[in-house]
Write a protein of this length. Sequence first.
Length: 354
Amino acid sequence: MSRNPALFSSAYENGGHRIFNENEVGLTGAGEAAIGIPFISVDPPVHTQYRKYIMPAVAPGRLAGIEERIRERCLTLIDRIPLGETVDIVPLLSAPLPLLTLCELFDLPADMWVKLYDWTNAFVGEDDPDFRQSPEAMAAVLGEFMAFAQQLFEERRARPGQDLATLLATMEVNGQPVALREFIGNMILALVGANETTRNSISHSIVAFADNPDQWDKVRAQPDLLKNGVREMVRYASPVMHMRRTAMADTEIGGQAIRKGDKIVLWYIAANRDESVFADPHRFDIERGNIQHLGFGTGQHVCVGSRLAEMQLRVAFGILAERVASFRIMAQPRRFRSNFINGLKNLDVVLTPA
């Protein structure tokens, strides 16, 4: 289904990429008309045009040196974590690391990561009272973000740079300059996509290593396992649980009749536990190797920043392997109330010093 967008659409006008119909309730579930259609809710060939503009921002040449800068940020963050004490690792490492990287990609001040954190929580937490206390509170968050986005849009169009925000602000689709509405929609997409996958893969992997200390011992003994082991970490975490498509014609999958207009949900979190693909799929095995997980999607809509996400996981856990002998979870974490993001709001853990 992911590889056949002509038959299985994620376009906004057909309902979009979420379980709810985006063209009925809005892209964030808030019915906000000022948010344009992000390219995740656009089918080819227009979707392909967006990707061609954005890919240079995460191409190897553009990312030259970024691994060393990620390492420097990781070292700074991990240096501040008191080893041997109970800490909430989410605001200390899981959340700031990908958002600091995103600040670099957007050419924003590093301290903006705190605001980006608040905004992304609101965007993905449609059903979570901690993130959306009321419609009025959500309207205030959206208003604040859109004011920021409009200023950024105008600045990047007036003084373009080499950053991702410039690409989103100055791209042309079907020969027409992108509008502010579409810039806002794609900024939300970039914030959520770049933050939530890496953030929750870090948190879930810490839980996985705490539950499977033998796997952490292997990483500490052979750090090179992380080169491909990060793929197992993302598979096991499955930070994005689903995407949705709409059937554009009658068809059949696995003996199941599907009618034109039917909504079909792709449960990545189930696919990543498929026993026909992964041996003993509920086991966390850092030596599975270069597996083909569905944590970043597949086909036309595979995450454009997947390599960058894996790089951050590899660097962060490589540093932790040098300093941390084991992880001990001290309390059950609070989860996002969501059927979309497999998220942890907090994670109280002790990092035992090596």
